[in-house]
Design a protein around this ligand. Structure first.
Ligand code: IPM
Ligand code: MN
Length: 365
């Protein structure tokens, strides 16, 4: 059966990295004998320039009609002065809310050949492998009332029991498949909303006796992530705290620009690199495609139940890094600096090598 993927390349380097990801997806599809149909739509600044809005109903409808959405990046200096609701970022928030993408998954894993690019000491960072589960459609990002006038500004941090339960379940299930520990991060010493969060997470934990639950205040969690990142396996947290903690987590791996993310809902899912639109290097063919390609790998795993394809893509990326191939953003002395396209080709080449080596073409999806 043909699966439909909506492509939302967006702004800046978005189109370039999405092109790379699509090349990889097409290649993998051919190898595994499956069919994908792609539909490309505008989002963000380019959509504003074309239609006067960063997200059209038509783009949204195309997402509703597809099995997965792959997004590049949105935003750029050009649109920074626009009113809040017309900014490229507004499109992202509306898309998350409209598609019900309540769980944002951001892995923080160190690529062994990039240990030296981390801002942390080798012995602290080596072996780091955890994943942040960030609640994405609730909390202070969406709570009402909100607004500002001349004298005051206000937002509301609100969570309901079902909102906490559904993301907690996903995080516990993931912890079961991983190392079996889950850290729930909140600010229950100050915020009532966090007290409910903590209570509901503790109740959910009763259904997962094989997972060890601990709670941490968000300020301490920020500190612990840079002090001893290896202690974490699954971090579960709310929208705003997750926004901040996932940036810290990404940064310490030394490869913020290389991290993928998945945003999952009950019916829809969206995959996007964690990095932004990098307008200063857009159009030059030098952007790092790894985050977009790794996001495609997450898509194979979560949307198409093709864990094997996903694993092979990640191995192909690791192999390219071991071969010393780097785009300029991650290059160090002695590395071979290559273009977006060349790195993509190398990753596809590695995919074939590994594929042929491993099973002579016989795989279970
Ligand atoms: C992210 C971004 C967004 C967020 C912005 C662009 C609205 O920082 O995806 O983490 O805050 O969620
Ligand atoms: Mn962010």
């Amino acid at each position: 059966m043909t699966k439909k993927i909506t492509l939302l390349p967006g702004d800046g380097i978005g189109p370039e990295v999405i092109e790379s990801a699509v090349n990889v997806i097409k290649h993998v599809a051919e190898k595994f004998g499956i069919q994908f149909e792609f539909e490309t739509r505008l989002i963000g600044g380019i959509s504003y320039d074309t239609y006067g809005t960063p997200l059209t109903d038509e783009t949204l409808q195309t997402c509703y009609d597809s099995d997965a959405v792959l997004l590049g990046a949105v935003g750029g200096y050009k649109w920074e002065e626009l009113p809040h609701h017309l900014k490229p970022e507004a499109a992202l928030l509306k898309l998350r809310k409209s598609l019900g993408l309540f769980a944002n998954i951001r892995p923080a894993k160190i690529y062994s050949s990039l240990v030296d690019s981390s801002s942390l000491k080798k012995e602290v960072i080596n072996g780091t492998d955890f994943v942040v589960f960030r609640e994405l459609t609730g909390g202070i990002y969406f709570g009402e009332p909100r607004g500002y006038d001349n004298d005051k500004g206000w937002n509301t941090m609100i969570y309901t029991r079902p909102e906490i339960e559904r993301i907690a379940k996903l995080a516990f299930e993931t912890a079961q498949r991983r190392k079996g520990t889950l850290t729930s991060v909140d600010k229950a010493n100050v915020l009532e909303v966090s007290q409910l969060w903590r209570k509901v997470v503790a109740e959910t934990a009763k259904n997962y006796p094989d997972v060890e639950l601990s709670n941490m205040y968000v300020d301490n969690a920020a500190m612990q992530i840079v002090k001893d990142p290896k202690q974490f396996d699954v971090i579960l947290t709310s929208n705003l705290f997750g926004d901040i903690l996932s940036d810290i987590s990404g940064m310490i791996t030394g490869s913020l620009g290389m991290l993928p993310s998945a945003s999952l809902g009950t019916r829809y899912s969206l995959y996007e690199p964690v990095h932004g639109s990098a307008p200063d290097i857009a159009g030059k063919g030098i952007a790092n495609p790894i985050a977009a390609i790794a996001s495609a790998a997450m898509m194979f795993e979560h949307s198409f139940e093709m864990g094997k394809a996903s694993e092979l893509i990640i191995e192909s990326i690791e192999k390219a890094l071991k071969q010393g191939l780097r785009t300029s953003d991650i290059a160090q002395k002695g590395d071979k600096v290559v273009t977006t396209q060349d790195l993509t080709k190398a990753i596809i080449g590695n995919f074939d090598l590994i594929y042929n080596e491993q099973a002579l073409g016989v795989f279970t999806l």
